[in-house]
Design a protein. Sequence first.
Length: 86
Amino acid sequence: MEADLHCHSTCSDGSASPELLVRYALRLGLDVLALTDHDTIKGIGRLQAAAEGTPLKVIPGVECTTKDPANGRSVHVLCYAPQKPA
């Protein structure tokens, strides 16, 4: 199984639209793609719609920005929300 579990779209700081990410993933032969834009989930619906009817499985996600309580530095945490239990 081939997967990309950390990609960004033009909905945050990526250079490809969610629809283009699906085309790239299919061309690369990926089985699973997780969209993890920075601090937004607004591209997930577009990604899911573009992947509908294809063999590509989509995992909704987001890369959340938060602060490390120990030192106050900004950190990124990848959060995933699969729609079906494993």
